[in-house]
Design a protein around this ligand. Structure first.
Ligand SMILES: [Zn+2]
Length: 210
């Protein structure tokens, strides 16, 4: 006996609305142990902090292209969770960061090269220039943020990095430049971090430490 196909078989199914185009959430931040080999030229025997006391923290950030990127910082184990909270907050505020790479990506882990590249970094076993004392970077307890556009100024005409002359003009308000009391500065200082922008010698606009 002949059967009539049910109407649904020939009726086009209703058009499914397109899925919303929100990008997938970036992967969650991570904290991993590091070895001396992982740290490359940024660590050597005699440094005041052992690799076991340091962690590799991967976080997400907004680049100057407006896109979300993944970055890596080496920080003291004591600060790893807090650094993640700080960068989560900077991401939510859409504070732009040019790049976040560990300094062993630069020849001899040279801080000048990292700063000239406007690279945000934390751990580096180095002293405070001209003092012979360890910088808090050597303990993984300091972060330099967008260091080309937020230079370190020892005195008029003496600044780092050497290509930062256009950014000595503190009336500039380009995205990423930091000023006293900015919400981005307060993300750090409200947690008890010190900002080098409040110092006198040098005035270290890129530097936060705890
Ligand atoms: Zn610094």
């Amino acid at each position: 006996m002949a059967t009539t196909p049910p109407p649904s078989a020939t009726t086009p199914s209703p058009t499914t609305p397109p899925a919303p185009t929100t990008p997938p959430a970036p992967p969650a931040p991570t904290i991993e142990p590091v070895t001396a080999a992982d740290l490359g030229p940024s660590w050597r025997p005699g440094c005041p902090t052992d690799p076991q006391q340091l962690r590799r923290v991967e976080i997400n950030y907004i680049g100057f292209d407006g896109q979300t990127h993944r970055g890596a910082l080496i920080v003291n184990e004591d600060l790893a969770d807090e650094v993640i909270a700080i960068f989560d907050q900077l991401l939510a505020m859409q504070y732009p960061i040019e790049k976040i790479r560990t300094v062993d990506n630069y020849p001899n882990a040279d801080d000048e090269l990292s700063m000239e590249d406007n690279n945000t970094s934390a751990f580096n076993c180095r002293d405070i220039p001209g003092t012979g004392r360890w910088a808090l970077h050597a303990y993984g307890r300091a972060i330099d943020l967008n260091p080309l556009i937020t230079p370190s100024v020892a005195r008029p005409g003496a600044f780092q990095p050497k290509n930062a002359a256009p950014y000595l003009d503190r009336s500039r308000t380009d995205p990423g430049i930091l000023h006293a009391g900015d919400p981005v500065v307060r993300v750090f200082t409200d947690r008890g971090w010190r900002w080098g922008g409040y110092w006198r010698t040098p005035i270290d606009y890129q530097h936060f430490e705890r």
